[in-house]
Structure formats: structure tokens, C-alpha cells
Design a protein around this ligand. Sequence first.
Ligand code: NFE
Ligand code: MG
Length: 563
Amino acid sequence: MAKRVIIDPITRIEGHLRVDVEVDGGTIKNAWSSAQMFRGIETILQGRDPRDAWVFAQRFCGVCTTSHALASVRSVEDAMQVEVPKNAQYIRNIIIAAHNLQDSIVHFYHLSALDWVDIVSATKADPAKAAAIAQSISEWPGNNVHEFAAAKERLIKFVNTGKLGIFGSGYWGHPAMKLPPEVNLIAFAHYLRALDYQRLASQAVAVLGGKEPHIQNLCVGGVATAINMDNPATLNMERIALIRKNIETVKQFIDQVYVPDLLAVGGFYPEWFNYGAGVKNYMSIPEFPTDSRNTEFMDVGGIITDGDLGSFRQIKDWNDTELRSKITESTAHAWYTENSVLHPWEGKSEPKYTSSGEELGDKYTWCKAPRYNGKPFQVGPLAQVLAAYAAKDPKTVSLVDYCLRKAGLQPKHLHSTLGRHVARAVRASVLADRGLENIDLLLNNLASGDREYANPIDKFKSGEFKGVGFHEAPRGILSHWIVINNGAIKRYQAVVPSTWTAGPRDADNNMGPYEASLVGNPMANSEQPLEAIRTIHSFDPCIACAVHTFDPEGKELVRVKVD
Ligand code: NFE
Ligand code: MG
């Protein structure tokens, strides 16, 4: 008998996501991804000055705030053909890198690791053994017996209070948890350490952006960052040295802790390199522009279909005709007034909730279903890393091959739940380099005498202009689509990474990536659907972004309904 399991909400994500799965014989046979809240900032933007849009748009989300800010200013710059001075590109690039680093660390340690790591088991670990294991896989100076003994003591105190707090609703002791106590302890100790390193990355964003989250230093046409190497109140050598030190420190953590931890944990779960592939069409865009006209980029992007790296089509820049013309969003199965397939420049967001009670029905989510060329696509670090791998980016190839060799895997295994985690770790290491490279570019450019940092728009031309701002956000391609009429916003649509992946079926009933990735996953105990959570968390869902919403009640409890 097939059983319907409702996981509502799936927690340790941003926003409110409900996932329904049908389980038969211990395997997931069918799945539905349902984003549960609507806010509608796209509608709020209509009629406003396009130069202000980014300040509103970065409130789509409290996680990838800088991502929306950037995509928004880029959409206006694209519409009005504004060049962005090099200094501004480099400052934005450093922000992109630092923000992505923070997000990657949080994704692995704080939002996903406890799906694989049983912290209660860590209370039984031998700290000396844990240190020996950790030292055998990494040169990290923190991997000593004192570190692990202290973490264990802290954990035991915590468990003994009987109040596990944020760890309270974990599936401890679940049969799908397979790590020995010592590896659980290593991961727990690094979970705590990771809090410090994500903060260093955020600090780098805050120094450049004025504050974080929700940076203040952007403007259409560049940045509003005063630069004077000798002035203590502006961006100066001392501030740039601080940012560099932070990114270098985070890079060491990524290379010596995050990557080895992931490989150590993954080594106990080899079967998870076979589950969770789902949609094997991948899309990414070039990022880290290095010239003022967005023609040269540090990271490649492109299209891969059916998991075949040989099908890779590189997208050279954001003017790619197909990229700009072939993206649509379907509302066939989403709570909007019509059943349409519209290009984002024509897009509408008129809400109409039709489900009742527990039944989702034919329309079942606030997420639209984005499609490229009519097909679902996976976006995110895996898409980005596969593109860079196909394009033979040396750093990506060497890191991916290193991880595959260590784990005894083939490139095909990247199409999986754990493959997404490997890609995110590889991407994080590359991003740290991108941050440092852009600091050098900024310093060299300033040393050459170039002090430009903005080409602001003083007055809009009359008439209608369309633009799109692309950005490779932590969870994948973000695009903001704007139509400007006589200097005011006529239309605004954001097509967001989590909408690409969390979106529902389309008019042809093709599943979205979350849904497809769940099919075929095992499920040992439908009361504790840990396996489904592992696969969904590997995408790092952000439902606030996906429908530009939030949950005003801030619900935290997991509700699992089984019938
Ligand atoms: Ni709200 Fe986001 C990212 C954007 S949504 S976190 O990354 O853009 O997927
Ligand atoms: Mg949208």
C-alpha cells in the first residue's frame, strides 16, 4: 500500500516548504514540493524609481540579500546600457565571493550536517581517537585532543540539561545514521567552529557593504563606496587588509576542514552518491565580470542536458540570445490566477489560493515552474561546477578529481544528493580564490590611478526599456527582469534559484528538481523521513526567495503527518 507522507514544514531551511511523498515498499515513488507562503514584492515595485528597486528587492530574503541587490542593479544597468567602472565590479565581486563563502559554510554545517551526523552518538566518542582520525585526513591545527574533548564536554552538559534546544527535533538514533561516534564528534566540534568562520566571511561583506545582511553600498551604475587609501573613514588599505585576512582564514577552513569533513562523512554514505539525481539538465551563467561592459568573466557558465558533459554549451556572457529568450515560468500547478507559460518580461504574479485543508490538489504551491527551452533545469553549485568541469577550468578540474579520487567515485556520481554537497564544497574553495583575486585586481587598478566607482543615472530617457540582471547566487542562477517605462518600473519579475529547483510540475507534468530528486530515495521509517530531508537539504532551499515570502510566525516545529 502506498503511503502519503507530508513533511510540513521541512526545517533548517529559509522559509516554509512542505514536501509530500508517496512511499511504497520503503521507496519514494512520487513527490510534490509546495511552497506555503506568498508575499509579492514584485507587485510592490511597480511604479517606483528603478534606481530604488534594489533596496526593496534585497528584502526578498534575509539570506541572499546581496544577491537580489546585485541582480536588481544589474537589471537596470542592462536596460539603460550603463557601464560599471572596474573598481565597482571588483568591489561587487569581493562581496559576491565573501557572501557565497558564508552561505556555503552555513549550508553544510548548520543546515545539512545534522541530517548525516548523530550528535547524541558523539557523547560516546573517544576524543583521542577523534583527534587521530581528524589528523589523518587534514593538517588543520585545530584537530587536537583538547579541541574534541572540550566539544564533547560541552555537548554532554547540553544533553544532560534534557533540553536539546535547536537540536531537539533531530532524528537521533535513526537507522540511516551511520557515522561512528568519533566522526560524529569531529563533525559536531567543527559545527561549532564553523560559526566563527561564517562570521569572518560576513564581516568582509559588512566592511564593503556598510552592514550585513542588506548591504548599503550599491547604486545603479556602480557602488557608493568612498575609497581613499589614507582616510580612516573610507575604504582604505587597513580595511582591505582586514578583508583579505578574513577571506584567507576562511579559505584555510574550507580547504582543511569543510572539504575533508565532507569527504569523511560521505565515505560512510556511499549509497547517497546514487540517490537524488532528479533533473539532470543543468544551467549556470558566467559570473565575476572583470571589465566595465560585462564581456569578460572569471567563471564560466553554460547548459548541460541529460547529465551529458559532452552536451555542454558555454554561455559567453549575459547577452546570450537563448538565455534571454528561452526562460519561461509556468503557473499550471501554482496558486496564480491563470494557467500561463510566460517569459519573465511578460510575467504576472496575481495570487489565487485554491487548495483546501490538507489536500493540495492540482495547483499546489506558490512557486511558479521556471523552464528553459520548455524543460526543467537544476541550478546551483552543481550546475556551476559541472560547467566549469566541462570547460576544463583548471582549479575546478583538479579539486573535483581530487574529491572523486578520495571517495573512489566517477564524475557520474556527482548527479546525486551527496554530489550536490561535493560541488558546493568545491565551489566554496574556488570562491575563496575569486575573492582574493578580486582584491588584487582592485588594488592594482587603484594603483594605476583609476578612481572611478560609479556611473549613476541622473535622468531616465523617455520610452520603454527592458533589462535583465543575471547573477550566480549561492543556490544558482538568479535573474531579475525589469520593464522600465518613462523612468518608472512597469513590470518586475525575479526568477530565483530556489524557484528553479523547488518549483512544481509544469503544464506537461514534468516534475521540478526537488520532486524528481526524491523519487527512488529509500525511506526506512515514514514517521521519521530523514532520507527525504537529506535530499531536499542538499539543494539548500530558500523558500523566502522562491516566492519572495516569509513566515510571520517563524514556525520551527517539524510536523510529520502520516496516513
Ligand atoms: Ni533566499 Fe537565494 C540564493 C537567491 S534563493 S537564498 O542563493 O537569489 O535560492
Ligand atoms: Mg518570481
